[in-house]
Design a protein around this ligand. Structure first.
Ligand code: ADP
Ligand code: MG
Length: 405
């Protein structure tokens, strides 16, 4: 059996026309002789009747006192509606289908409701149904604890469902269908001339996703990478093959030949606050105190620069008030700047190439953008800018590295 997993995101299922495209992709792969597992997200975006965010808004309207376990039960409805809708459309065309919930498809998770971790995937029933020649439609984003409680996998969870099933079934390919033409050099909503990449390595896209490129969830990529299952990110609304995600040795398979680039793309995370704690002359174990306090209060920190006299780091804007309060409680005087954005230039080839940082500083300076902080690793250079400068910074860097070409 040649198994393929297809995953369709919210906008790919939200309208009659979009669902016609979905049927087209399913029929094409069936005709090519593949056994199909179709993972679906809830239909549409916030405001549309059965979208995940609409369900969350619904709980907010009712006082938001719902417990995490019960909220997950509610959220699971979105994907169930989506999966059964698709099933009826396919049956209408004479294609036999079976809908399985996350639990029925074999997803076993821990009980961290709202952001559960997959412990195991036992796709016994998926295989049974595939062997009977049926298209198996699986509700994405969800699983079940060993006790039988419904859980959800957190944002982007359907991507994770798709690659985890792909890994468990040893699928030939996992196709992630979405509303853009693959993985682009930047978010096309911000950088209009962003260009689709033909092929990227698991590491490159994982890195981009971790730095804010929300086109695929990093956890999903990590699972595919471990299992060495190729993934394609492609558009529901077109016929192009989109972006192939594979290991670097797989690059030669693609017709464009060997890829030699040092910058892959540009990503961003907005709504972060810069916090600086300075102690003139340095203080005993200041750094340790700061980070221990953040950890004890479950505040996640990023972009950390440590100097002998203090520390600078970022937290999400939503955590900043608490972060400042707990620092003050231990006698420190933090300075903070909210409304910042972290802009990342990502590429496996950045390491050791002279002049990259100079180019970043030059293009931001020419655009009159102040760099509040910077850092680098083998594969990424980050700069922190004010949020109002973010769009211009992304466009300037995209142009400077000629990513549109
Ligand atoms: P889905 O509902 O199909 O899962 P998402 O909204 O999660 O769709 O992901 C697709 C969106 O990701 C695109 O509409 C695009 O705005 C955004 N995006 C951000 N960065 C990138 C990038 N580098 N390449 C492509 N899309 C990106
Ligand atoms: Mg998504």
């Amino acid at each position: 059996m040649r198994i393929m997993v297809q995953k369709f995101g919210g906008t790919s299922l939200s309208t009659v026309q979009a669902r016609e495209h979905v049927l087209r992709h399913i029929k094409r792969e069936l005709e090519a002789g593949l056994s199909l597992v179709v993972v679906v997200s809830a239909m549409g975006r916030r405001g549309e009747p059965y979208a995940t965010d609409t369900l969350l808004d619904w709980t907010a309207q009712n006082g938001n006192a719902i417990s995490a376990r019960e909220r997950d039960l509610l959220l699971c409805c979105g994907e169930i509606i989506s999966a059964t809708t698709l099933s009826s459309l396919l049956e209408h065309e004479g294609i036999s289908t079976t809908v399985l919930t996350g639990a029925q498809a074999g997803f076993v998770t821990d009980d961290n409701f709202g952001n559960a971790r997959i412990l195991d995937v036992r796709p016994v029933r998926v295989l049974e149904q595939l062997e009977q020649g049926r298209v198996v439609i699986v509700t994405g984003f969800q699983g079940q604890t060993e006790n039988g409680d419904f859980t959800t996998l957190g944002r982007g969870g359907s991507d994770t469902s798709a690659t985890a099933l792909g890994a468990a079934l040893r699928a030939e390919m996992v196709d992630i269908y979405t509303d853009v033409n693959g993985i682009l050099t930047a978010d096309p909503r911000i950088v209009e001339d962003a260009r689709p990449l033909t092929v990227v390595s698991y590491a490159e896209i994982c890195n981009m996703a971790h730095h804010g490129a929300k086109v695929i969830h990093p956890r999903a990529v990590e699972i595919a990478m471990q299992a060495q299952i190729p993934v394609r990110v492609r558009s529901t609304f077109a016929d192009s093959e989109g972006t192939l995600v594979t290991h670097p040795e797989g690059f030669q398979d693609v017709q464009t030949g060997i890829i030699d680039r040092y910058v892959t793309g540009i990503a961003y995370v907005s709504n972060v606050t810069q916090i600086a704690v300075e102690v003139p002359g340095g203080a005993d174990r200041l750094q340790l105190k700061v980070f221990k306090t953040m950890a004890e209060n479950s505040i996640s920190v990023d972009f950390i620069n440590v100097t002998p006299s203090g520390v600078v780091y970022t937290v999400f804007d939503s955590d900043s008030e608490k972060a400042i309060q707990v620092l003050q409680e231990i006698g420190l005087k933090p300075q903070s700047l909210s409304g910042c954005a972290k802009v990342s230039v990502i590429g496996g080839g950045i390491n050791g190439v002279p002049g990259i940082m100079a180019r970043i500083v030059e293009s931001l300076t020419l655009a009159d953008i102040q760099i509040l902080q910077s850092a680098d690793s083998n594969t990424t250079i980050w700069v922190l800018v004010k949020k109002e400068d973010m769009v211009q910074a992304l466009r300037a860097l995209h142009a400077s590295f000629e990513l549109h070409l």
